[in-house]
Design a protein around this ligand. Structure first.
Ligand code: AMP
Ligand code: ZN
Length: 110
């Protein structure tokens, strides 16, 4: 989709530190990390938010999540966040799962 930052990262017209890629998904390091490990996992197809996921793509995202947590050795724990809409704190309207790790995550989130 035109003028979508994460579509441009998927198309590789904007650089990113890619750590995982398969046919349906891409994962790269967040440019402004809020934890020692801060990865963004996105579907290659443009979807505005998590409500647009169908079963097949949800399965693909989940499969990539599992592979990334193994690859990045996150067995000690991690948090997955999908900020959605204005009140959810979403700033980029291409679905992304934040994968946060490397420190103890507080609760409730701020
Ligand atoms: P959200 O606020 O949930 O929509 O998350 C958007 C995330 O994208 C933020 O954590 C930003 O730091 C991150 N971000 C913005 N631009 C880039 C970029 N060019 N490369 C990697 N991460 C980015
Ligand atoms: Zn997009």
């Amino acid at each position: 989709m035109e003028n979508c930052l994460f579509c441009k990262i998927v198309e590789k017209t904007i650089p990113a530190q890619v750590i995982f890629e398969d046919d349906d998904t891409l994962a790269f390091r967040d440019i402004n990390p809020v934890a020692p490990v801060h990865i963004l996992l996105v579907p290659k197809k443009h979807l505005e938010n998590i409500l647009g996921l169908d079963a097949a793509l949800a399965q693909a995202m989940h499969a990539s999540l599992k592979k990334i947590t193994e690859q990045e050795k996150l067995a000690q724990g991690f948090r997955v966040v999908a900020n959605t809409g204005e009140h959810g704190g979403q700033t980029v309207y291409h679905l992304h799962w934040h994968i946060l790790s490397g420190r103890h995550m507080g609760w409730p989130p701020g």
